[in-house]
Design a protein around this ligand. Structure first.
Ligand SMILES: NC(=O)c1ccc[n+]([C@@H]2O[C@H](COP(=O)([O-])OP(=O)(O)OC[C@H]3O[C@@H](n4cnc5c(N)ncnc54)[C@H](OP(=O)(O)O)[C@@H]3O)[C@@H](O)[C@H]2O)c1
Length: 430
């Protein structure tokens, strides 16, 4: 087999970039034997030339002139692993317009301006591949784009943020408080010093927007995603969930309905213990796909980390290089702007934890409010605390707006002291 050399320019040499360059430098000969492609990282663009680097190859390999690198005719393919929207968007646009395929792991960029960039790639007739942007090292983009392209996918649920899954797992398995689990995640390097993007669900939301776009062929952007984070999940919720046979997980849920409208949301949810997603623990990620013909599938693995993420980037680099050599490219297809359903239009079972006065007739009054809004109760337990009582209940499937109306009326009842928490419940058969 004739070996073709592909000169790669890498934008960024941080966690992912350094791991990718290390893999390519180490395995280039083996990759050439297996694929007929000799990958060579000839240029690396960074912000600072004075920072010590783990990757070898001498100072001439590094540059701070990223624009010169992406337009250099000696470079065949660009990898973007700097993150953020600008200047990544400018560099990628310039590279694509110069006829170079681009591989990126940048979820923030794709969830905001992906459609624009796919259009530019299509016009230029080159690849823009992004396996690493969703669930790090787990191959999910390619299966959705290729293996499952003929499937009628109606629902995809993912644990796609390792930080929040680590925090919830520590709270569940070791009784750790939210604050202590977050501090532990930060000290282990899973969580940023400002953890907002993770704990409030923005990171998972960006990934959910990308998953929905590929799986449903719909144009979904980060702003279309409904968000609730995990900062209000308390130890009591975790304990009640366990007693009732559930685990609490931060889920990204992407759904398409019969009228082709789409709903994309991120929120904590109670997952039945027998559901495959319930056993995804620690910083692991998983994506659970439900197809019309194939049934249920689950993709599980490392959703972050330099080497797992670099593995996904490397797969894309090889794929894009093959296409470049053949003079072809993969197409994401036309993303159609379908109607996005708001959270009020959705329904689910709900778990509620309510503190009430410990007096006769309270249970009936509370049940009456649910009944008045057509929300039927599946199970209800009352326990006496020192000065008051606590009602913990799970509803049957109920509309979000009916539940909101129920909550409003409950909080006006004199016997209701406080609605401590409300969580959505995932059914094992859905
Ligand atoms: N880390 C993960 O586990 C993971 C998982 C999935 C996806 N991703 C995605 O992969 C991307 C990179 O993540 P990371 O963790 O590797 O980031 P990182 O460790 O912060 O590295 C960023 C790199 O980009 C360089 N850089 C930043 N701005 C630049 C600019 N304007 N021009 C040239 N170089 C610039 C930095 O240069 P200096 O070194 O000189 O500062 C650094 O080398 C992000 O989009 C992220 O969302 C990461």
């Amino acid at each position: 087999m004739e070996t073709k050399t592909i000169n790669v320019g890498v934008l960024g040499c941080g966690n992912v970039g350094a791991a990718l360059i290390t893999l390519i430098d180490r395995d280039s000969a083996e990759i050439a034997n297996r694929t007929g492609l000799r990958l060579e990282v000839t240029k690396i663009a960074v912000r600072s030339l004075s920072k010590p680097r783990e990757v070898g190859g001498g100072a001439e390999r590094f540059t701070t002139d990223a624009l010169a690198m992406v337009t250099d005719p000696a470079i065949d393919l660009i990898v973007e692993v700097i993150g953020g929207i600008e200047p990544a968007r400018e560099y990628i646009t310039t590279a694509l317009q110069a006829g170079k395929p681009v591989v990126t792991g940048n979820k923030e960029l794709l969830a905001n301006v992906g459609s624009e960039l796919f259009g530019i790639a299509e016009d230029a007739g080159v690849d823009l591949l992004f396996e690493a942007a969703v669930a790090g090292g787990i191959p999910i983009v390619r299966p959705l784009r290729e293996s499952l392209v003929g499937e009628d996918l109606s629902r995809i649920m993912g644990i796609v943020n390792g930080t929040t899954n680590f925090i919830l797992s520590q709270m569940t398995e070791h009784g750790t408080s939210y604050a202590a689990a977050l501090a532990e995640a930060q000290s282990l390097g899973f969580a940023e010093r400002d953890p907002t993007a993770d704990v409030e669900g923005y990171d998972a939301g960006a990934k959910a927007a990308i998953i929905s776009s590929i799986a449903f062929g719909a144009r979904v952007v980060a702003g279309d995603v409904y968000h609730e984070g995990i900062s209000n999940v308390g130890a009591a919720d975790i304990a009640y969930a366990a007693q009732m046979g559930y685990r609490i997980k931060l889920l990204a849920i992407c759904e398409r309905f019969e009228d082709r409208s789409v709903a994309v949301r991120v929120h904590p949810a109670m997952v039945p213990i027998e559901h495959p997603l319930a056993s995804v623990s620690g910083s692991f990620n998983a994506v659970f796909v439900q197809g019309g013909a194939v049934g249920d599938l689950m993709f599980y693995g490392r959703g972050a980390g330099g080497f797992p993420t670099a593995s996904a980037v490397l797969g894309d680099v090889i794929d894009a290089s093959h296409n470049l050599v053949k003079g072809t490219h993969a197409s994401i297809g036309k993303l159609v702007r379908e109607r996005i359903r708001s959270i009020d239009e959705l329904s689910s079972s709900f778990y509620l934890n309510i503190d009430v006065s410990d007096e006769p007739g309270v249970l009936a009054a509370v049940a009456g409010v649910f009944g008045a809004h057509g929300v039927s109760i599946r199970s209800m337990e009352q326990e006496g605390l020192e000065e008051h009582a606590r009602i913990v209940l799970i509803t049957h499937d109920a509309g979000e707006s009916d539940l909101q109306a129920t909550l409003k009326e409950l909080s006006a009842l004199s016997s209701v002291r406080r609605v401590n928490s409300v969580l959505r419940v995932v059914e094992s058969h859905r």
